[in-house]
Design a protein around this ligand. Sequence first.
Ligand SMILES: Nc1ncnc2c1ncn2[C@@H]1O[C@H](COP(=O)(O)OP(=O)(O)OP(=O)(O)O)[C@@H](O)[C@H]1O
Ligand SMILES: [Mg+2]
Length: 382
Amino acid sequence: MDVVRLDRVGKTYAGAEVSLRGTKLEWKGPALWARNAVRGLRLTSVNVPPVRALHDVSFALAPGEIFGLVGPNGSGKTTLIKLIAGLIRPTTGSGMVAGVPLTHPAAIRRSVSYVSTTGWMGLEWPLTAEENVRFFAALCGMDGALAGARAAEALRAVGLWEDRDKYPSQLSNGMRQRVILARALLFHTPLVLLDEPTVGLDPANARAVIDLIRGPLRERGQTIVLSDHQSAEIERVADRIAVLRAGELARLGTPGALRAELADVMVIEAHTEEMDPPRAPAPAVVLATEYVDRPGALGLRAWRVHTWKSPDALQQVLDWLTQPTGRVVRLAEHAPSLRDVLTLPPEVIAARRAGAAASALAGSAPPEGAAVEGAAVEEAAS
Ligand SMILES: Nc1ncnc2c1ncn2[C@@H]1O[C@H](COP(=O)(O)OP(=O)(O)OP(=O)(O)O)[C@@H](O)[C@H]1O
Ligand SMILES: [Mg+2]
């Protein structure tokens, strides 16, 4: 039987009146009083329209499966995890979690472990790491002896046994995060939900958390849903990956299957120094481009260009990028990673494929231009 089954689930957060107090810092004293008098309630409240956080999401998870959720900020990952955890109810659609319908969230909560490494699941500062884990076990009704044994097991699993007597103030951010994760290991529930378990961890600790998920959690046969911004980490651990975009399930498949969607695409990376971006439209072989301006005296710009696989794509991109002034200081070509699968909008590929097919019929070149051409992306994304 499926551990999770969602059928056309949607979630719309109701609109709200949100206080603006504290945000209009420039209004003080008599000026604020006068403005209040003039505007009445409108100064301190504003109407927030309803937000459609999830739309028409359907999938099923088999027992023991590790399911990764990726998508940009605000795409609905946390909402989906909370919905499966029984913390919020869907607005539309139906589904079952651990044999319980979504309409009975309280019963669902008994079958899941939920960990959010961001937000409100904080630690008690007067308690040590071990006491925090045991306290959480007690809160959830676990008896003392079992709690002691499970807390020790969990702290060993997250590599914190040596540090168990430290207080949260004496632990690094990564260690505190692992204490929170240890709480999720206390219960051998059928389903474990981890919202961004590796966010903010250095590569070694992120790897340790992923190994923990792949190892002990999987061996127990628990079904795991985890979200992450970092596709590289999800790729290492997930059996299947769902890509959310603006609340919709844009893609779903094994990492291999998702990568295979881009089998005829390649990625060209180029760095330029003191060189203007090209004015000419991108050659037809180019699907999408993005660049990041790196701070520094040399005016370094890092390009990432997606092209159709073709023997002369590299040369065409080089010719296109090269301008009379400045230099191209690096040029490399590689196969798309999962990150490319996630960042390249499926519409771009579909549209280009359709365009290429149509123009092949008409005997001409595919259409010019690229959907995300010239988009300056965040430095952090590189
Ligand atoms: N309690 C809430 N009330 C109103 N709107 C909400 C609430 N929680 C989330 N939203 C909205 O729902 C949308 C999806 O948010 P959600 O937190 O699920 O995204 P996310 O993919 O987890 O993003 P992030 O990567 O930033 O964690 C966003 O537009 C957000 O503003
Ligand atoms: Mg989130």
